[in-house]
Design a protein. Sequence first.
Length: 70
Amino acid sequence: MSETTLSHDAHFSLISIAPPGSEVEIHATVRRRGRNLAFIRVDAPKQLGLATITTWIMPMNVRRRHRGSG
């Protein structure tokens, strides 16, 4: 079954900046995943930044049923 997500909560912290012209590799990790919620952490190396995201997981058929109903 295909799934999609809807973000509930997100926090972003920019700790420092990368030098101009440098490449930054971002790492995302699913810290915990339940049936309906997932908790994700995103890190940039060398203390550049951090994000934490809480997202609701739903089947694609539910998303299609609710699209355009707002």
